[in-house]
Ligand binder design. Sequence first.
Ligand code: PLP
Length: 384
Amino acid sequence: MAGDIPFIDLGAQRRRLRQGVEDAILQVVNHGAYVMGPEVAALEAELSAFCGAKHALSCANGTDALGLILMAKGVKPGDAILCPSFTFAATAEVVAWMGATPVFVDILEGTFNLDPASLDTAIATARRLRLNPVGLISVDLFGQPADYDAIEPICAREGLWLLSDAAQSFGATYKGRKVGTIGMATATSFFPAKPLGCYGDGGAVFTDDDELADVMRSLRVHGQGTDKYDNVRIGINGRLDTMQAAVLLEKLKIFPDEIAARDRIAKRYNELLRPMAIVPEVPPGLTSVWAQYTLRIRAFDRDAFQSDLKAAGIPTAVYYPKPLHRQTAYRTYPMAGNGLPVSDRLADEVISLPMHPYLTDEVQDRVVRAVRDALVRQRRVAAE
Ligand SMILES: Cc1ncc(COP(=O)(O)O)c(C=O)c1O
């Protein structure tokens, strides 16, 4: 049996980019502008050209990206911000930072993304609790954009701004619109495991709104004004390191090619696995950047399935075993109606397989064989 395969093969990308990234890093080491150096402005111009957003501001991580937008909007106690529960904690964490209240919304089982009907219920729940619903943070989970055709009219009707948490979906498209241009603003993450990742923490915000961009630029550097020693608002130290910008500039060159590879690999997984599991289907008109490739397997012993795959040298991951409304720090916050049954059920059904642009057919076949063997064994055990 061949050795363990990686869940995400950053080493393969590193081999492809080695010289370019090393030269770029060395250039920063030598020019010495480690904070807000020329690579930061160059990256922001490239990011803006890539997705078409008027303003792209780099920042320290994806959580700060979300936080900067909420700070710029002046989110405050008494405000309710709607967001899904089936997401990474940062989506709701930044709402709590502001003293505001996250109100959790359920998801659609076909896409893992926000359920527009549950959004309506959550808005009513917020109002019943005498909170003021001001905005929605939608999440493009696993790399696939949420159902914006359904979400945007609800936001318009209810007077909510729309912030897109695209930490997992930068590079994806929604019916011809690029992620980064949807809603009032978009936040993304360049955490190393993300489709576009750097060599540490990094993030960015995108908006077409000049005023919002100006305020976020100030907030990112302690709320500085035109005179940098006259701080005009309370901000954060939220800058992206120049070295990370240099790495991202190199990675951005091959990003379109990597997106195409991810898509080819995900489609091949779908063809091979569709007969045995519920595979992630992308609705017509959308593209995903496949931050995760996530199966749903009904009524199964996930722990046994994971250990079978582990024994075959195949790593898997569960995103997310507990939706936020079940987590210690978040369980006291309100949720849509009486509960979030789809989030609860999917937390028990999901399992993510190795996914990255350098997964070969041969390795993918090994993963598929191991999935099939584990499922056959489970069915046998269940029948006994
Ligand atoms: C949906 C979502 N939102 C926000 C974040 C936060 O990004 P970061 O880890 O860069 O702070 C992440 C990534 O970890 C994420 O997956």
